[in-house]
Design a protein around this ligand. Structure first.
Ligand SMILES: [Zn+2]
Length: 151
């Protein structure tokens, strides 16, 4: 991940990074030519995604975000981070969440390289709330509750 200053056509230099502790990430980049600064902000979901993909921001790997619910099994650099969500038992007693046809259809629109992770997030959301069947309505609620608009 890098940023370019459009005016100068130069790669911007990493200046500082802040992880406020709520799972969000902020990084500031400066153009070495004109001094223009730009900031990258990531919400907890995006931070977790960057982290799980092992992407280095500013030369350092983003630490695990303390994002409740999805930490289990999604650790930085895991080799099967791209794999579909495994049907493994979670730490709750609840059975697996059923996905109805519409929810599966909706999930199909998610880019395949993050689909497994997105599905896992929705499953965790449902399990935490005792929801047995995933529907587009639950997905909407989860996105709203978790601040995942745009995903
Ligand atoms: Zn510049």
């Amino acid at each position: 991940m890098k940023f370019l200053c459009v005016d100068c056509d130069r790669q911007m230099a990493f200046e500082e990074r802040a992880v406020p502790g709520d799972g969000t990430l902020a990084a500031v980049f400066t153009c070495p030519s004109c001094g223009r600064r730009t900031a990258m902000l990531a919400n907890p979901m995006e931070t977790q995604l960057v982290s799980s993909l092992g992407v280095k921001v500013g030369g350092r790997t983003v630490p695990d975000a303390n994002f409740e619910g999805i930490r289990t099994g999604v650790t930085a650099g895991r080799e099967d981070a791209f794999a579909p969500a495994p049907e493994t038992p979670s730490d709750t007693q609840a059975g697996p969440v059923r996905w109805n046809v519409d929810a599966v259809e909706r999930l199909g629109h998610v880019p395949s390289f993050v689909r497994g992770m997105v599905k896992k997030i929705y499953n965790e959301y449902a399990k935490e709330r005792g929801i047995e069947e995933m529907t587009p309505e639950i997905m909407d609620r989860a996105r709203s509750d978790l601040g995942l608009e745009g995903m």
